[in-house]
Design a binder for this molecule. Structure first.
Ligand SMILES: NC(=O)c1ccc[n+]([C@@H]2O[C@H](COP(=O)([O-])OP(=O)(O)OC[C@H]3O[C@@H](n4cnc5c(N)ncnc54)[C@H](OP(=O)(O)O)[C@@H]3O)[C@@H](O)[C@H]2O)c1
Length: 300
């Protein structure tokens, strides 16, 4: 274990991918009510307005203030497919302003470039984020799905490194080289899709990813060792997977539209033995598996 600690990001946040605006409103409200202080959304999730409503209702009836809640949203950089126009500096600022409006906020806590698909405009996009931070409209700026090669471009251009990188991380995709790089650079690590090994992960129609289907077909989820490990600690498999991440000092963003699960995912007050942590290190199967169009870390 290193002494690395996330510096900016609360350790458990609510993920909102695959939620409608109505679901995002409902879950944001209930998650905040239950003690969550971080909500993760994105322009492409098309539910920032729902998050805004949930937050507003919560704050209206609470002693807490806007500053007590940490809101993350993301720039869609463009470039995923041919017709998806890549955003330049101005396009990035405009897109940020629209997110701010939909979220009904006057600043964002953490604004991320969602992926490295912006290719030769990545630097322009990053410069826009740096300027928005300087203007006080964003507290922390970061990236998501950026690998060592993408982050190194910032260094080569004498630009500040991100405050955080949000990446797919779970026992089957542990990315030790990237994690070490991020720790060495003091970049906060936010893990997404922590629950991939669950056999029921994104099992509803329209939710799945191509590669997850393949993993389920070869039975990896069903033969998961995490059921037994969870039993040993008297917790659920989901709680065990989330604790593994938090014990590694990654922030997590479990997504659920179910109130009981939202509560459960927040209750991870136990410790995994060092020997079990070491055993899990041996279960790494390599690359990310959640993106349907291929692993964004591999974008040139
Ligand atoms: N930056 C990126 O590129 C990126 C990519 C993916 C995700 N993310 C972020 O990370 C968040 C989390 O990732 P994710 O949505 O892929 O998946 P996740 O949180 O790992 O898993 C969500 C799935 O697990 C189920 N689930 C949640 N809690 C459970 C529990 N306690 N027991 C059993 N099943 C449970 C959910 O179903 P129900 O909803 O039916 O409970 C859903 O099918 C996203 O919502 C998003 O905010 C970011």
């Amino acid at each position: 274990m290193t002494n690395f600690k996330n510096q900016y990001v609360p350790s458990i946040g609510l993920g909102t991918y695959n939620m409608s605006s109505e679901e995002a409103e409902f879950t944001t409200f209930h998650a905040l009510k239950h003690g969550y202080r971080h909500i993760d959304t994105a322009t492409v999730y098309r539910n920032e307005d729902g998050v805004a409503e949930g937050l507003k209702t919560f704050l209206n009836d609470s002693d807490l203030k806007r500053e007590d809640i940490f809101i993350t949203t993301k720039l869609w950089p463009g470039g995923l497919v041919k017709v998806d126009r890549i955003k330049d500096y101005t396009g990035t600022v405009k897109s940020f302003e629209k997110s701010l409006m939909r979220l009904n906020l006057d600043y964002i806590d953490l604004y991320l470039i969602h992926s490295p698909h912006g290719k030769n405009k990545r630097i322009e996009q990053w410069r826009a984020l740096v300027d928005l931070k300087e203007a006080g409209k964003i507290k922390y700026i970061g990236v998501s799905n950026w690998g060592i090669n993408h982050l190194s471009e910032l260094k080569e251009n004498n630009l500040p490194m991100p405050d955080a990188n949000q990446i797919e991380l779970h026992p089957w995709s542990q990315k030790p080289e990237l994690v070490k790089f991020l720790r060495d650079q003091n970049i906060d690590i936010i893990a997404y899709s922590s629950l991939v090994p669950l056999s029921t992960w994104r099992h509803k129609d329209g939710e799945n990813s191509k590669k997850t289907n393949e993993m389920h077909e070869i039975g990896l989820s069903e033969n998961s060792p995490f059921k037994e490990l969870a039993k040993k600690y008297g917790v659920t498999e989901a709680q065990f997977l989330l604790k593994w991440a938090v014990q590694n000092n990654y922030a997590v963003l479990p997504k659920s539209i179910n109130i009981e699960r939202i509560k459960q995912n927040f209750e991870i007050n136990f410790l995994i033995d060092q020997s079990d942590m070491e055993y899990i290190t041996t279960l790494d199967k390599g690359d990310s598996i959640t993106w349907e169009y291929g692993d964004p870390l591999k974008i040139k």
